[in-house]
Design a protein around this ligand. Structure first.
Ligand SMILES: [Zn+2]
Length: 466
């Protein structure tokens, strides 16, 4: 490939090389300078239907599992409930591995194949590793993935079942497996394929482009790729108007939103990234400055949302539209709800929310939501391999759901309310076991007549299952 890699931060240029991932000068993400053409290729599948907008890959090396071309659902019931005139949902939950990154894997693995590689190496917070593993299998390549122990279990199992070799590490070692092509979240190739989402949206709403497109931001790559697609299509005279880009980040890690709110020119790294959504817990986004520019140039917005708002959006998508999204996937809708409520997005707008991934990939969060929404918490906990709570522990949780208690009170409550006769040390043993498993916590210690009295209360998890 003879493309130029251009830095999205400082504009430095490099000739294309798959090993070059970032700018030497400023550390920001790189983008491919290509001369795109907008022609439908008959007989091609997935992202290759408009292969001319992507870096050139000979047909015989193109890999596809049928990614892309996802439905743009008219979210009529959410429109009503949040009070906007026209809402569309780009539903990426139906991608082959359940993530929009399948578009990226299709391109990346095809390029790897065309360059003669037999192995792909990646370090991944989840979705990318699972997706690459699937596409590598299709292409006959071996995938090696490094993951952290905090990975979502659904994504880990996916990687293993697709046949990837998975190594668990505490911090990623950016050392490639010998002879492997390295894929990273901020990879220029991985990012380039994300353009196809905006292309499809514009084709699907061809009579009038949307006023807003709302996206989640981690590295900022999707926001930038969306902008790039619009710029390229304008240059090709395919579109005239531009759509305002709205980027959404979780409150616990929002470096791009902070820069937007403070009108900074560049994004500063988040000092303490704390989001439980690992794919979006990016302290130092490599396409942060590029995303910021994309938002400003399109007169767009950036907003952050709390975990509670994210969970509400998951329920909204599922209950009103039949779409099961993972937390990162529901971020766009959570952001939109907030902006509409604050009057920052006009209610009569034509809006597209990009839902990037399926909820089935994150059983932990699905469980948490199911706990809260039903009275089947205890059963769900047991079915998903949690501890089998005996009758005494169950009774203790029920007692503590009424009020915080100290050990002796629990012992008395067990006798009087549940007819459970056990010795006091046994009660303490059950309590400390419940603390260990995360159902109960110690809240305060009081001195009463010279003796320390410790109070216990239910944790959120404990509350959820009672
Ligand atoms: Zn640079």
């Amino acid at each position: 490939m003879n493309h130029v890699l251009r830095c999205t931060g400082c504009g430095a240029a490099y000739s294309f090389n798959v090993e070059r991932k970032l700018c030497d000068k400023c550390g920001q993400g790189l983008t491919l300078e290509i001369k795109p053409s907008f022609v439908e290729e008959p007989g091609e599948h997935g992202i290759w239907r408009y292969g001319g907008i992507l870096p050139a890959v000979e047909r015989k090396f193109r890999v596809s599992l049928g990614e892309g071309n996802t439905m743009l659902q008219h979210g009529m019931r959410i429109e009503k409930s949040i009070g906007v005139e026209e809402l569309w949902i780009k539903d990426e939950t139906v991608e082959p591995t359940g993530s929009y990154l399948d578009r990226s894997s299709a391109l990346f693995v095809s390029v790897a194949l065309s360059l003669g590689y037999e192995r792909v190496f990646t370090y991944s917070t989840g979705n990318l590793g699972a997706s690459l593993a699937a596409y590598s299998s299709k292409a006959g390549l071996k995938t090696h993935v490094q993951v952290k122990p905090t990975i979502d279990v659904g994504k880990l199992c996916q990687m293993i079942i697709y046949g990837a070799e998975v190594n668990v590490v505490n911090s990623f070692e950016k050392r490639a497996v010998k002879g492997a092509i390295v894929a990273v979240e901020h990879d220029p190739l991985i990012n380039e394929a994300k353009k196809t989402i905006m292309l499809e949206i514009l084709l699907q709403l061809s009579e009038r482009p949307p006023d807003y497109v709302v996206l989640p931001m981690g590295e900022g790559g999707l926001a930038y790729a969306t902008y790039k697609m619009m710029m390229e299509l304008r240059e090709l005279d395919v579109i005239k108007e531009s759509t305002r880009i709205v980027g959404v980040q979780p409150e616990d890690c929002k470096p791009i939103v902070k820069a937007f709110e403070k009108s900074f020119d560049t994004v500063e790294a988040e000092a303490e990234p704390r989001s439980r959504i690992f794919d979006l817990n990016v302290a130092n986004p490599r396409f942060g400055n590029a995303a910021l520019k994309a938002i400003r140039q399109t007169d767009g917005l950036a907003v952050s949302v709390s975990e509670k708002e994210i969970f509400e959006a998951i329920s909204l998508l599922a209950e009103k539209e039949g779409i099961l999204a993972e937390p990162a996937g529901s971020l766009a809708l959570a952001g939109l709800v907030k902006l509409v409520r604050n009057g920052e997005v006009e209610r009569d707008s034509r809006i597209v929310c990009v839902v990037t991934g399926s909820g089935l990939k994150d059983p932990r969060v699905m469980r948490e939501i199911a706990y809260r929404k039903s009275n089947l918490g205890m059963l769900i906990e047991e079915l998903s391999g949690g501890i089998r709570l005996g009758s005494t522990k169950t009774a203790i949780l029920k007692l503590l759901s009424e009020k915080n208690m100290y050990g002796y009170e629990v012992w008395r409550g067990l006798r009087e309310k549940y007819g459970v006769n056990v010795k006091i040390p046994t009660v303490y043993q059950h309590l400390s076991n419940l603390v260990e498993k995360g159902y109960v916590r110690r809240v305060e210690a009081k001195r009463v007549m010279g003796r320390k009295r410790e109070y216990y209360s239910l944790t959120e998890r404990g509350e959820a299952i009672v």
